[in-house]
Write a protein that binds this ligand. Structure first.
Ligand SMILES: [Zn+2]
Length: 400
């Protein structure tokens, strides 16, 4: 391939070859990756003839030939008669944009929902492959985190994804988290915005994909500053900046949508940009009591639901029209909500008393959970107590 590259460099400099307008400042005629070859030129017959001549020279020397069935020509703004002539002399078929390369769609304009259909299908297939409704919440949370992380690290660092697609991805992940299916429709117990907040703010530490996508564009800006030798940065310098200082650069009104998206993040790094842009929530006091190394992940998630008052207790079920009454099933003397079940319920008090005797620890009869949750971690015992209590009461509730 290096030999072919040398031939192309020689022929494009020697014969009447016109570079593609956007490649002309860098005199860029081709890009190679592994055994893939992308060629760029102005859409005229003479330039195509120069490329075909290069192929012919390469074939004579190496015995390798272009395979027309695996080669496509893409046109933009080329008159039909010239297009047909080029297709005829080269023997290749016309390709349509977008096409897929290395798993992502290549297009010349703004990415549409249709262009992202591959991504959406991939994600659904991936989430469905997890398959199991039998996984615990914490297990599903780990899988959602892995899907979103892969999504953040690949697609969102390359493209500005349409909002509708990001909403779809979020809803798949949200549905899978709560029910184990990507297409399940039910009001989530905790809003996605709160789930995407920091653990110190009562969330689960996932990232908001809309904001992350904007912040990820800041990485491209960082490259413009610090990686001037990258090919695409050279293109940006030649085509857009044209010798201007990046800090002082003022774009014209005719810039592309993609370039405008990059400019909107000027001055951010990916992390700092995300921190500035994300929605902030009030910090909570119970996060370190739940998210620590002593608690079992399954218990952590349920303790988090309790702290967020998001368990499906009878008071909430009644408001949703699912339960016929809100009476506590354990004592029958109160409305079954979080405060009653974990603080004032007689049955819960008995459990606390017995638990205290069993562990030989003085436990208050009321508001045990919230007191423990609000306490700082000072021993290995406290966090375990919290998760056990919550799990125990939750299990009692679930089994009744
Ligand atoms: Zn009760």
């Amino acid at each position: 391939m290096e030999y072919l590259s040398g031939i192309l460099a020689y022929t494009t400099a020697t014969f009447p070859f016109k570079f593609h307008p956007l490649c002309s400042p860098l005199r860029l005629s081709h890009l190679m990756f592994a055994d893939d070859l992308l060629l760029f030129c102005k859409g005229d017959v003479k330039s195509i003839m120069v490329i075909l001549r290069s192929f012919s020279t390469f074939s004579h020397a190496s015995g390798l030939q272009m395979n027309p069935t695996k080669t496509n020509a893409f046109f933009n703004g080329v008159p039909n008669d010239i297009k047909h002539e080029i297709l005829q002399i080269s023997g290749v078929h016309e390709g349509l944009l977008p096409f897929r390369y290395l798993g992502v769609p290549i297009t010349c304009g703004r990415m549409s929902k249709m262009d992202c259909s591959i991504l959406v299908e991939k994600l659904i297939t991936h989430i469905r492959s997890f398959g199991s409704k039998k996984l615990s919440y914490s297990g599903r949370l780990v899988l959602v985190f892995s899907v979103l992380t892969a999504f953040y690290n690949y697609w969102m660092n390359i493209f500005v994804i349409p909002k509708g697609v990001l909403n779809k991805v979020n809803s798949f992940c949200r549905n899978y988290l709560w029910d184990g299916r990507p297409d399940f429709i039910r009001c989530p117990r905790v809003s996605w915005e709160k789930i995407c907040s920091h653990k110190s703010e009562g969330g689960l530490g996932l990232r908001d994909s809309h904001i992350w996508n904007i912040a990820a564009m800041g990485k491209l800006v960082w490259w413009i500053y610090y990686n001037p030798d990258r090919l695409w940065v050279k293109c940006v310098n030649q085509i857009y900046l044209k010798g201007q200082n990046w800090d002082d650069y003022q774009p014209g009104t005719d810039i592309s949508w993609g370039w405008k998206s990059v400019l909107d993040t000027k001055g951010y790094t990916i992390q700092s940009g995300y921190e500035i842009l994300r929605q902030k929530f009030q910090t909570v006091t119970w996060d370190t009591q739940i998210w620590n190394t002593w608690c079992i992940p399954k218990h952590q998630f349920i303790a988090w639901l309790v702290a967020r008052e998001a368990l499906l207790l009878k008071e909430r079920l009644l408001s949703l029209g699912i339960a016929v009454d809100a009476d506590c099933l354990l004592c029958g003397k109160g409305i079954e909500n979080h405060i009653h079940l974990f603080q004032t319920c007689e049955y819960a008090r008995k459990i606390y008393d017995e638990l205290g005797q069993l562990l030989n620890v003085a436990l208050p009869a009321t508001d045990l959970i919230m007191k423990l949750l609000k306490m700082r971690v000072s021993s290995r015992l406290q966090p375990n107590l919290v998760s056990r209590d919550v799990m125990w009461l939750s299990s009692v509730k679930l089994h009744l």
